[in-house]
Write a protein that binds this ligand. Sequence first.
Ligand SMILES: [Cu+2]
Length: 116
Amino acid sequence: MTRNLIILLSVLLIVFWIPAPLWAANHGHKGDRAAPDPTEVYQGHGIVEAVDPAASTIRVEHDPIESLRWPGMVMVLKVTDPELIKAVAEGDEIAFDLMRIDGEYVITRIERKMKR
Ligand SMILES: [Cu+2]
């Protein structure tokens, strides 16, 4: 009886407890999906919080991106071409394309919806 209980608890631990850290570690945006198509383009939408021309990055508060199963969040994203963020400023509402290049999600296109 006691032994069966221990076995049951062990099984429950393995099923419910061990995967938890795996889920938690899954929103690093690097490897959210097992084998993403490198040519696939993901569409995002959000508000620019900061622009860093020197690093070719923007910090954007983006809406959920269903195609990547990302929730809405704030993140720093690299752009493939510094020209893309030349006209972008803090507070701008943007639509953007993301591609996974060399294991990293990067912005390949930006369209300003509304500028502040
Ligand atoms: Cu994100």
